[in-house]
Design a protein around this ligand. Structure first.
Ligand SMILES: *[C@@H]1O[C@H](CO)[C@@H](O)[C@H](O)[C@H]1NC(C)=O
Ligand SMILES: *[C@@H]1O[C@H](CO)[C@@H](O)[C@H](O)[C@H]1NC(C)=O
Ligand SMILES: *[C@@H]1O[C@H](CO)[C@@H](O)[C@H](O)[C@H]1NC(C)=O
Ligand SMILES: *[C@@H]1O[C@H](CO)[C@@H](O)[C@H](O)[C@H]1NC(C)=O
Ligand SMILES: *[C@@H]1O[C@H](CO)[C@@H](O)[C@H](O)[C@H]1NC(C)=O
Ligand SMILES: *[C@@H]1O[C@H](CO)[C@@H](O)[C@H](O)[C@H]1NC(C)=O
Ligand SMILES: *[C@@H]1O[C@H](CO)[C@@H](O)[C@H](O)[C@H]1NC(C)=O
Ligand SMILES: *[C@@H]1O[C@H](CO)[C@@H](O)[C@H](O)[C@H]1NC(C)=O
Ligand SMILES: *[C@@H]1O[C@H](CO)[C@@H](O)[C@H](O)[C@H]1NC(C)=O
Ligand SMILES: *[C@@H]1O[C@H](CO)[C@@H](O)[C@H](O)[C@H]1NC(C)=O
Ligand SMILES: *[C@@H]1O[C@H](CO)[C@@H](O)[C@H](O)[C@H]1NC(C)=O
Length: 735
């Protein structure tokens, strides 16, 4: 769920239009049209209606003869809207974008911790009746009954048999024995995917603005499979039952912000449930996990595996020293509108070059009632510094550190601002040179347009997958860092002093937040292209994603501060507008996945468990899926040449020709055959082979681990670009 600011522009979800009369006709069929827009639906990311309209136009591809849409007028008084010259195809696309815009009548199943149905994000104002095909239910249980569902939240069920069997007693102290959300997590994920528009929401004064899900008109169904317990996590059989029911109820898409330790696919409940969903045409997105390089979850090739990216937003405390001698903006998410005006500022007692405020180092006599200035120290850690501030009765603290971005919102539980070391040095100079150093601080400031963004969130799990490294995972990034969305209002969000703080909306970070973003966007695509398979939707999302950030550099890995690679961000960061019109897709069928399982040397019995069919054979076993990315596994030390076969499908209603362009680092050579492919009509196909050759020369194999480039198919005389990463990597295969 995203708010104001230009962080994650989801133009197509809000665009609403009524076609009007046509006038002057050009020889090529282009005509001028007047487009009415619903200004109240303008995303807050646009500062003016004009910028919204021009952005809507620029998302349209050039017509077949290469002519882009032409903007004529923006109307502000006689109506809200604009006029433009469009080709018939562009007009059709604009209408389609609007239709897709809301994810109308798509049903998203969320497998999670339950839902808080009273959240404003689930209000069903203006929603049409529940689709007749829906077979789901709203189950009765602790503090939950059928009247808690509505036209937005159309289903809610709870699966706890296995949990109870394993000894968990669900009591109201710990959880609700019903679909009601105790932990807040499921309310957050579901409101992110398809929450209704909420005009005003914030996290204790931060990220204030309009809250809206990715697919605001899509329906939600909650399948609660995860109950609060310190010692037990989700049970495999409860999770599988939830997925099974979601398929039976008739969801169109599913998102799982949970994962099981990777095991072979025939033992992994999410892999099994997702295979059955894929066969039914249900799109499944899952979180990649939050363990950085340690482990990745949900790497099955029929799942869309989503890593977490940051957004271009930060939260800050604004510091003024002395009489305005110096102003500094640092990072803070302290949840209180505290007035800090000309408070004494304390910095050490010795030679005052460094003060790390380790536990027991501050004398309450010196610091009580003052703001403390300290240097961060890895060994002391924020935790122990904060404990010391509390112990010594300091009023607040400013820490000089370059690792403030790693401090989570809930850790700002006392008045704390973290400033960059360069600014820390300026503060030190001020303090040392003044007789009575004083500070004023303004909390609850939200900074938009931060750079670089997006970045790969430091915790986001990295590829390759450990079970099937022959497909590049994660597939894609979506926003998953400090995301504002709904929450269980009786659940402690954070605390200050000894007070628990409660909230309806909260900032949370994790790949748990990125999977529902992605599934909401997939719902918009599916609404626009109902005939597309899950593989086609994933392909559209991947081949149009962004690999450059808002400084035009390759996405940075927040964990290292260096450029990331496709092992960190997959194909790139999702770009919803471009995904709607990818030009070509890499499609797949159930048989392709079976061939892949055969290629993994799974036994007939194991493949039967996954595919639930016996009428298959392994004559076309292959580890080379028709995937929109390429990964060459370096482990077999004798191989220096890797060949991939691919087939592309035209999804545009016209003929087209595409030419290949390859960008690779030195030492990696890629040959594409043929270099030009062509399509006669919609759904026509053409294939190519791609060979990666690595030149070992003087270099060890490890030199190539993580080396990558791209294959891009450029539409000749058109605007579509279909891009795929090509990467070499060692596998960490365990199964
Ligand atoms: C459901 O519970 C609410 C109170 O939470 C109650 O007002 C309502 O009558 C109940 N509805 C049904 C159908 O039991
Ligand atoms: C979690 O389950 C274990 C085993 O049944 C139980 O001993 C423990 O009290 C439970 N904890 C909570 C918080 O429910
Ligand atoms: C769970 O509840 C049952 C019946 O109330 C009780 O017999 C059992 O000891 C409880 N188990 C735990 C782990 O608390
Ligand atoms: C000042 O203190 C720091 C840290 O305690 C120490 O490393 C440094 O040598 C001291 N400098 C002087 C000039 O005493
Ligand atoms: C901190 O302040 C509280 C209340 O003013 C007081 O009771 C406590 O003794 C103080 N702590 C220290 C370490 O001085
Ligand atoms: C599958 O078995 C074949 C034949 O033994 C072997 O060459 C191949 O490396 C195996 N593939 C995998 C993924 O283990
Ligand atoms: C294997 O591939 C061949 C050639 O494409 C095809 O004719 C055959 O039907 C395939 N077999 C299976 C089991 O899919
Ligand atoms: C595709 O284009 C043809 C001819 O231009 C047109 O007749 C047909 O309606 C179009 N189909 C779709 C689905 O847009
Ligand atoms: C790709 O390679 C296969 C086998 O190496 C060959 O049969 C096929 O014709 C090639 N396809 C193209 C499009 O070059
Ligand atoms: C692209 O445009 C050029 C110039 O108009 C034309 O000669 C060429 O045939 C076109 N190519 C395709 C594939 O449409
Ligand atoms: C591949 O190489 C990596 C790095 O050397 C190693 O950790 C991994 O176990 C190897 N995997 C296999 C399947 O040999």
């Amino acid at each position: 769920m995203e708010l104001d600011g230009k962080r994650f522009q989801l133009l197509l979800s809000i665009l609403l239009l009524i076609m009007s009369f046509t006038s002057s006709s050009a020889s090529d069929g282009r005509q001028s049209y007047i487009i009415h827009m619903d200004k109240s639906a303008m995303p807050a990311s646009f500062s003016t209606p004009h910028s919204w309209y021009t952005s809507a136009l620029s998302s349209l591809s050039s017509s077949t003869d290469g002519v882009p849409p032409t903007h004529l007028y923006t109307y502000n008084h006689v109506m809200n809207g604009f006029s433009a010259v469009l080709s018939p195809a562009q007009l059709q696309q604009l209408e389609k974008n609007a239709r897709a815009g809301f994810g109308d009548d798509m049903i998203i199943g969320i497998i999670d911790t339950g839902v808080w149905p009273e959240s404003e994000s689930f209000n069903d104002e203006g929603m049409p009746p529940v689709p007749a095909r829906w077979r789901g239910a709203c189950e009765t249980g602790a503090e939950f009954n059928s009247s808690h569902c509505n036209k937005k939240l159309i289903g809610a069920r709870s699966f706890s048999k296995a949990m109870k069997q394993s000894g968990l007693n669900i009591s109201e102290i710990y959880d609700y024995d019903s679909p009601r959300d105790f932990m807040g997590h499921g309310t957050h994920t579901s409101s992110t995917a398809a929450g209704s528009l909420v005009p005003c929401a914030d996290h204790f004064g931060y990220a204030k603005g309009m809250a809206i899900g990715m697919a605001p008109k899509a329906r939600l169904a909650m399948y609660k499979v995860y109950f609060y317990n310190d010692s037990i996590s989700a049970c495999a059989s409860d999770t599988l039952a939830g997925m099974d029911q979601a398929i039976g109820d008739g969801v169109d898409l599913m998102s799982l912000s949970l994962g099981f330790t990777e095991t072979p696919f025939y033992e992994n409940p999410i892999a099994l449930g997702a295979f059955a969903a894929m066969e039914k045409g249900i799109f499944v997105a899952c979180s990649a996990g939050n363990s950085g390089k340690i482990a990745m979850f949900n790497g099955a090739p029929w799942i869309t595996t989503v890593g977490a990216g940051t957004v271009d937003r930060d939260f800050s405390g604004h510091i003024t020293l002395g009489n305005g001698d110096l102003s500094i903006t640092g990072r803070s998410i302290y949840p209180e509108n505290q007035l800090v005006f000309r408070v004494p500022l304390y910095f050490g007692h010795g030679n005052r070059t460094k003060e790390i405020c380790e536990y027991g180092s501050l004398d309450p006599e010196d610091v009580a009632g003052k703001y403390i200035f300290c240097d961060f120290d890895v060994e002391t850690s924020y935790d122990r510094q904060l404990d010391e501030f509390r112990r010594s009765n300091a009023s607040g603290a400013i820490i000089s550190s370059d690792s403030g971005i790693f401090v989570f919102p809930s850790e700002f539980n006392l008045p704390l601002v973290i400033v960059k070391p360069e600014e820390g040095d300026l503060m030190k100079a001020y303090i040392i040179n003044s007789k009575n150093p004083i500070v004023s601080v303004k909390f609850q400031t939200t900074v938009l347009g931060t750079k670089p963004a997006p970045q790969v969130a430091f915790f986001s799990s990295r590829g390759p997958g450990s079970v099937a490294p022959w497909v590049l995972k994660p597939d894609i990034l979506a926003p998953g860092y400090e995301i504002l969305a709904g929450w269980a209002p009786n659940k402690r969000a954070t605390f200050i002093r000894d007070d628990a703080l409660l909230t309806d909306y909260i900032l949370e970070s994790g790949t748990s937040m990125s999977s529902p973003h992605l599934v909401g966007i997939a719902a918009l695509l599916k609404a626009a292209h109902r005939e597309w398979s899950s593989a086609a939707i994933r392909s559209a999302l991947m081949t149009t994603s962004d690999v450059f950030d808002n400084t035009k550099s390759i996405l940075t890995d927040m964990a290292t501060g260096q450029s990331g690679t496709p092992l960190d961000f997959g194909a790139g960061h999702v770009n919803p507008n471009k995904a709607l019109n990818p030009g070509l897709v890499y499609d797949m069928e159930v048989q392709d996945y079976i061939n892949f399982l055969c290629g993994m040397n799974y036994t007939m019995q194991q493949i039967k468990i996954i595919s639930r069919r016996s009428d298959f054979n392994c004559e076309n076993a292959s580890l080379d899926l028709n995937y929109p990315s390429f990964i060459a596994i370096l482990n077999d030390t004798s191989t220096t040449s890797y060949t991939f076969k691919r087939v592309l499908t035209n999804v545009v209603n016209s003929s087209s020709v595409y030419a290949a362009e390859v960008v690779m680092p030195t030492g990696m050579k890629v040959v594409v055959q043929p270099m030009t492919i062509s399509f006669t009509e919609k759904y026509s196909r053409d294939g190519f082979n791609l060979t990666v050759e690595i030149d070992l020369g003087q270099k060890p194999r490890s030199y190539y681990n993580g080396k990558y480039g791209y294959l891009s198919w450029y539409e000749v005389n058109g605007t579509h670009v279909v891009r795929s990463p090509i990467i070499c990597a060692f596998s960490t295969q365990q199964w």
